[in-house]
Design a protein around this ligand. Structure first.
Ligand code: PTJ
Length: 409
């Protein structure tokens, strides 16, 4: 096994990441990795951070789909460039054996026989038995870069090519040549990822072993494989990963947003009136609602069984909740609001949880929330928190209708 001397202490919290960098840099000096290889690696690291350095669930499904494609292909070929060879030599070889598929060297930068041979020898040293793509003679039509040169017994013949961690031109040209392409690319918006028959948005070091496991699982499942393949839709896969990233970033934003609640006092009256006004203007509170006049707010602050809390984002006042325990002993939330600038930071979740805590601490077992029917974000929030619609209040005179949502707590 070829190993690289490392300056990274094993106890370093990011030891694996730093060691992989060292490896990429070492093999750049050796001439296996291209000069641009460390830059490509850095881009991958950045995207992997956003994923949380774990294979997301929808990507695990894509990996199964990719395994089905590989097993159904007549001549599958795994294309290997400098970065992939160095990052995952054993996984590449093992996957190729398991399918079985051919391994073919195909590089973009500095394509000389010397570089091709260096990559091949590196993989032979890790146990590969055959490597195609050394001084190949066939050409991918309509492709100008060095990647155009492909092996007659490999990519030229292939009906499916697996490409990992690469620049954008070739996937399109391979598709136009009639081949299916599976890509492994951490950037879901790269041209390779978009043009592929299916992109696996994951780090090659995780994706290749998972792919091998999926190949083993689907080995004797031909009907299932065909069903899976019939439903391939790369755009949908891209949409799912973008949604995953969106939710993950929202979650991280809410964890970092430093939210807190304080009891409403006289010093918050101006804020309460102004926020109420602006939410009325947005059409999310009825004009019939109180809290638009300072004296009305003031009188509510001192009422027994009325709870007005202010939401703070760090030091900024950014929202409020107004809850009441009425004669029926249920906890009503006539209004809660968050300033436009501070939405999407988890404030809604925070306010609802707090309202339920207050309700429970006062012995209430049922929450009741009235929301204008056009206020979809607040309705969605309540539904996510387990509220169910109980009634619809038609209030035509004020051109507003309410949905009554309830939850037993
Ligand atoms: O060895 P060569 O000459 O064929 O050159 C290889 C590189 C990678 C230098 C070349 O193909 C290149 O410049 O690629 P790009 O344009 O930087 O694209 C690489 C893509 O792979 C980017 O979308 C990265 O986000 C993605 N990527 C980087 N690291 C990983 C990755 N995807 C999966 N796993 C990774 N570890």
């Amino acid at each position: 096994m070829i190993d690289v001397m490392s300056d990274v202490p094993v106890s370093h919290p990011r030891a694996l990441s730093l060691k992989l960098r060292e490896k990429i840099e070492h093999y750049r000096q050796v001439g296996i990795v291209a000069a641009a290889g460390p830059i490509a690696h850095g881009r991958g690291e950045a995207f992997d951070y956003l994923l949380g350095e774990e294979t997301p669930l929808p990507v695990k499904e894509d990996i199964y789909t990719a395994a089905a494609l590989l097993l159904e292909a007549k001549h599958p070929v795994i294309s290997v460039n400098g970065n992939t060879a160095v990052l995952a030599p054993n996984a590449l070889i093992s996957l190729a054996r398991e399918i079985p598929a051919k391994l073919e060297v195909n590089v973009f930068y500095g394509r000389t026989q010397e570089r091709e041979r260096k990559i091949a020898e590196y993989l032979f040293a890790h146990g590969a038995e055959e490597l195609l793509g050394i001084n190949p003679k066939a050409k991918v039509p309509n492709l100008c870069s060095s990647r155009q040169r492909v092996d007659r017994k490999g990519i030229a013949l292939a009906d499916l090519v697996l490409v990992s961690l690469e620049d954008g031109d070739r996937t399109n040209a391979l598709r136009a040549w009639g081949k299916k392409v599976i890509s492994i690319d951490l950037n879901p918006l790269s041209r390779t990822a978009i043009d592929a028959t299916l992109n696996i948005c994951d780090n090659v070091i995780r994706a290749l072993p998972l792919l091998e496991e999926a190949v083993k699982d689907l080995r004797n499942e031909q009907t299932l494989r065909q069903e899976i393949i019939a439903n391939i839709n790369n755009n949908y896969s891209t949409a799912r990963i973008l949604k995953f990233l969106n939710q993950r970033l929202k979650q991280l934003a809410s964890e970092k947003s430093d939210l807190s609640l304080v009891e409403g006092t006289e010093e918050h009256i101006e804020f309460l009136v102004n926020l109420t006004k602006s939410v009325v203007e947005e059409g999310f509170f009825s004009t019939r609602k109180e809290m638009l006049k300072p004296e009305e707010v003031s009188s509510r602050l001192s009422l027994e069984n009325t709870f007005i809390y202010i939401l703070k984002c760090q030091r900024d006042l950014c929202g409020f909740l107004h809850g009441e325990i009425r004669e029926d002993g249920k906890f009503y939330l006539p209004r809660f609001a968050i300033d436009k600038q501070f939405r999407g930071l988890g404030g809604g979740n925070f306010l609802l949880k707090k309202a339920e805590e207050i309700a429970k601490s006062r012995g209430c077992s049922k929450m009741i929330i009235e929301i204008l029917t056009n206020c979809h974000a607040a309705q969605a929030l309540c539904l996510r928190h387990g509220y169910t619609p109980e009634a619809f209040i038609k209030a035509n005179a004020n051109k507003c209708n309410f949905l009554v949502l309830v939850k037993n707590i």
